[in-house]
Ligand binder design. Structure first.
Ligand code: SF4
Ligand code: SF4
Ligand code: SF4
Length: 782
């Protein structure tokens, strides 16, 4: 039974006990609700409630499957050969199997953020109480939880309300996961719909996590001027004991900083981080330092700089303990999701644990009590630092040269490398004393360590690169803007109209891990190019970090050059992975605040609005985890296309429009009910670009929307045509599909474009008030 079927809403009731006003009964619980907005049709949607919307999307954006593997081995009836339309023993075909695997990935991603959110909310309730008020931006943010309002139909006010939200999300994820069992769902269409559902749930969980931590920890609250934070390999003062935190869930890292502050030690110990815990710690404490994204783990640990390593959850190397032991740094695991085989020392006296760690009696400890983590990490770092003298696990330069001579030139390393880096050649150079090639490889290396595992001579190849690039690494110091959190309502009011009319050509979100070779640089270059073209740029997670690691001739990073506003030409960092919710939230808020569409449990209408009117695109430029899959799915269901980099084919399927099929690109004109051809805008929902250049042409194209005014479409076309000409030297051959009237044609390109349109026998179309939902038609045709 779905939650909404258990809800009883009472506006006014006179009883013998008194008058009741604005009460709701939901799963046996009484919620006082002062929100006057009426419920939309789908509060707390079940797995099938939004299916009809999903089918509309899937019809336009057909799944295109790219199987990695032709067999299914998921149950013991297999393995089953699914090639050439064959079906497995359970009757499943390849399309269903591929979409099932994607659903599994998205369930993993959504469950990960939900478990993260649950841990945070429980921890914060323990610390601050159930009635602690949610506040993500004071009076600047009245619509403080747009995704939760939209999906669940409730307006969370306290941490307690977020528990209800997470109850719903957890229940739904179990439903979705169960659909992947052998003999359950059998159609790829329904697996795809369930993938969208998983993505939507993921966004709900991310929002719950971030608004809880922003409120309780006092992170920047929708602040476009959040402080600039130091980032890079060289930012740590190595003369001080150093604690490295890795992961995504910040309470344990915060307990370390709090302990330092409470004991007057804040300036005596360095606390630095990798991945999203670093982002979130820098939102709490501007003295915290960010080393870099997820792929910086091996290089930084092996440098020997950390005296203690504290890990929480997600995106932590499974061999973190082994690497920590190599540099004789104790490791403290702090999440029950990632115990790393360590003894649980939570109940022990901190003094005993510290002694065991410092004496090397135990390599690390599992500590699940935040009140103890701070003390144990800090005291262990202070005592260990003096003993270890920054013990490295990398050789010196002479060591690299000598070791390189042992290379057998077998090329196994290069074959194992996901980026096919020319490692043997660089090692040969090193054996002759030249380390330049190795140093250059580090720029392209994602620090996965696969080359080392493959090497029959056990050569520490990644470490060789770190030694070769040591001088450059020590000088790596940059600035990143701390995560600002939500977008202010007033910012939405200011940009709502120009975005919807197309005069701000688009919102581009750079998200996920930029760990493809050169991808950090490429993301920074794309962000700058589009900021100069007056797009609104937002970033989050590791992509936000990678964008910071490049400077202009004046030595400034992109965050120092551009304002952190959500406005044309602004480049903002919303925060960690869970802060991605503010990007989807901004699109929802445009529909709600600017266009005054009802939000409450009104998912289809808002998604329809975004798909047809809000020119937003997500870009994920690296190889990614399951979380990235679920984040992307959440954007798709909302009508926001996502472009991924060359690693994108590993997602196994794309959602591609077929621009030449005219019948796919009709919408209703809400004014008349007529069906109107609007061209392929946006053309795809999920697209993999082979290189940066292709992405730079695809981004402006996917920002086009049926609702663009002629002025707005002309601006979007100017960017599309200009970039296409710059990169490929020609006019794009599909522009006739995006020009609805002569007024759409960019004025400076009029003659050239008109000539081309004539060749294509182009005809004018009307610009409708577009919708895919018949119920939004205001006047039916007679
Ligand atoms: S789940 Fe179906 S296709 Fe897969 S191994 Fe089992 S029977 Fe074969
Ligand atoms: S560590 Fe770097 S060089 Fe080695 S396999 Fe991974 S990406 Fe390639
Ligand atoms: S795998 Fe090892 S031995 Fe073989 S080429 Fe690479 S570095 Fe040399």
């Amino acid at each position: 039974m779905s939650k909404k079927t258990l809800r009883l809403k009472i506006d006014e009731l006179k009883t013998s006990l008194g008058d009741i006003k604005n009460f709701e009964l939901s799963i046996g619980k009484i919620i006082e609700e002062a929100w006057e907005e009426e419920f939309g049709p789908t509060p707390f949607p079940s797995t099938s409630d939004l299916r009809s919307w999903d089918l509309k999307l899937i019809e336009k954006y057909k799944p295109f499957y790219m199987p990695f593997c032709d067999v299914c081995c998921l149950c013991t009836m297999g393995k089953c050969d699914l090639t050439k339309d064959k079906r497995g023993a359970c009757g499943l075909n390849m399309a269903a199997q591929q979409s099932r695997i994607v659903l599994l990935a998205c369930c993993i991603g959504a469950a990960t953020h939900t478990a993260h959110a649950r841990h945070l909310v429980e921890h914060l309730i323990e610390k601050y109480g159930r009635k602690f008020l949610i506040d993500v931006g004071g009076v600047s943010v009245e619509v403080e939880a747009p995704i939760i309002r939209l999906v669940c139909g409730i307006r969370p006010k306290t941490l307690e309300d977020l528990e209800d939200v997470l109850d719903y999300v957890e229940k739904e994820i179990v439903q979705l996961l169960s659909a992947t069992h052998t003999g359950q769902e059998g159609s790829f269409i329904d697996f795809e719909s369930k993938i969208f559902h998983a993505g939507m749930l993921d966004h709900v969980a991310m929002e719950a996590a971030d608004i809880a931590q922003i409120s309780a920890y006092g992170f920047p609250k929708a602040d476009p001027e959040a402080p600039l934070i130091e980032i890079g390999f060289g930012v740590v003062d190595k003369s001080k004991p150093t604690i490295l935190v890795i992961g995504h869930n910040v309470p344990s890292a915060i307990s370390i900083v709090d302990y330092l502050e409470d004991n007057g030690l804040r300036d005596k110990v360095e606390v630095c981080g990798i991945c999203c815990t670093a982002h979130d710690l820098s939102r709490y404490d501007s003295k915290a330092k960010i080393i870099g994204p997820i792929s910086w783990q091996l290089r930084f640990i092996r440098s020997g700089i950390p005296d203690v390593i504290v890990v929480d959850e997600q995106c932590i190397r499974a061999d973190a303990l082994i690497e920590a032991q190599k540099i004789k740094a104790p490791l403290i695991a702090t999440s029950e999701k990632n115990c790393l085989g360590l003894l649980d020392k939570t109940a022990d006296q901190p003094a005993e644990v510290i002694k065991d760690l410092v004496d090397g009696k135990i390599p690390g400890a599992l500590i699940l009590d935040n009140d103890k983590i701070g003390e144990i990490a800090v005291k262990t770092a202070l005592l260990t630092a003096s003993n270890r003298v920054k013990f490295k696990s990398i050789p010196d330069v002479q060591g690299v040269i000598e070791e390189a001579k042992k290379c057998r030139k077998c090329n196994e390393c290069s074959r194992a490398c996901p980026n096919n880096l020319p490692i043997p050649k660089a090692i040969e150079e090193a054996s002759k004393g030249g380390l330049k090639d190795l140093a250059e490889l580090l720029d392209l290396c994602i620090g996965c360590g696969r080359c080392e595992s493959a090497c029959p001579g056990n050569l520490p190849i990644h470490s060789f690169m770190v030694v070769a690039a040591e001088k450059k690494l020590k000088e790596e110091k940059f600035k990143v803007r701390a995560g600002r959190g939500a977008i202010q309502d007033i910012e939405i009011r200011q940009v709502g109209s120009p975005i919807v009319l197309g005069e701000i050509p688009g919102v581009i979100a750079f998200v996920g891990c930029a760990n493809y070779p050169k991808s950090g640089r490429e993301v920074a270059e794309m962000a700058e190019e589009f900021a100069k073209r007056n797009y609104i740029i937002v970033s989050s997670g590791c992509a936000a970090m990678s964008m910071a690691m490049y400077k202009n001739e004046e030595g400034k990073t992109i965050y120092e050059m551009y304002p952190g506003v959500f406005d044309a030409g602004g480049i903002s960092n919303v925060g960690s992975c869970v802060s991605n919710s503010h990007i989807a939230g901004a699109a929802i808020k445009i529909a709600s605040i600017f266009a005054r569409r009802k939000l409450r449990g009104n998912y289809e209408e808002i998604a329809d609005y975004i798909l047809n009117r809000v020119g937003a695109v997500g870009v994920g430029w690296g190889a990614m985890s399951q979380k990235a899959a679920s984040i992307a799915s959440g954007f798709w269901r909302l009508g926001i296309p996502v472009i991924v980099g060359p690693h994108g084919f590993k997602y196994r399927r794309m959602l591609l429009g077929r621009k030449e099929r005219k019948e796919d690109w009709y919408v209703y004109d809400a004014r008349s009910g007529e069906k109107v051809y609007v061209g392929p805008a946006p053309e795809h929902l999920f697209y993999s670009a082979e290189n940066k250049e292709e992405a730079m042409v695809m981004i402006p194209k996917l920002c086009m929307r049926p609702n663009d005014t002629t002025k707005g479409r002309a601006i979007k076309l100017t960017n599309y045509i200009d970039l296409h000409k710059k990169i490929y030297g020609t006019l794009p051959d599909d522009i006739y599909m995006f020009i609805r009237t002569v007024a759409d044609i960019p004025i400076t390109m009029k003659d050239e474009v008109l000539k081309f349109l004539k060749e294509k026998e182009w005809e004018e179309n009307i610009i409708p008030d577009p919708t895919l939902l018949p119920r939004l038609i205001r006047k039916r045709r007679e």
